[in-house]
Ligand binder design. Structure first.
Ligand code: F3S
Length: 78
């Protein structure tokens, strides 16, 4: 699944939600979050974010790895 990371905080551009065909990107507090179970791995959100906050989970920079958990936990236990 794709993951939203730190640069989204307090920016919340929202363009990613328009690009997402699965409607799996949700606004919450200071950033947006991708639902890992609903994400279809299409990658359409990736390049549209003006602050490059979105990464594929397998390609997360080390400093952003914690956001995989942060995105998942936003939606609570399965
Ligand atoms: Fe955030 Fe970028 Fe989407 S700033 S709301 S991840 S377009």
């Amino acid at each position: 699944a794709y993951v939203i990371t730190e640069p989204c905080i307090d920016v919340k551009d929202g363009a990613c939600t328009l690009a997402c065909p699965a409607d799996c990107i949700y606004e919450g507090g200071r950033m947006f979050y991708i639902h890992p179970g609903e994400c279809i791995n299409c990658g359409l959100c990736l390049s549209i974010c003006p602050v490059d906050a979105i990464h594929y989970d397998q390609e997360l920079p080390e400093a952003a790895r914690r956001f995989e958990t942060i995105n998942r936990d936003f939606f609570g236990p399965e």
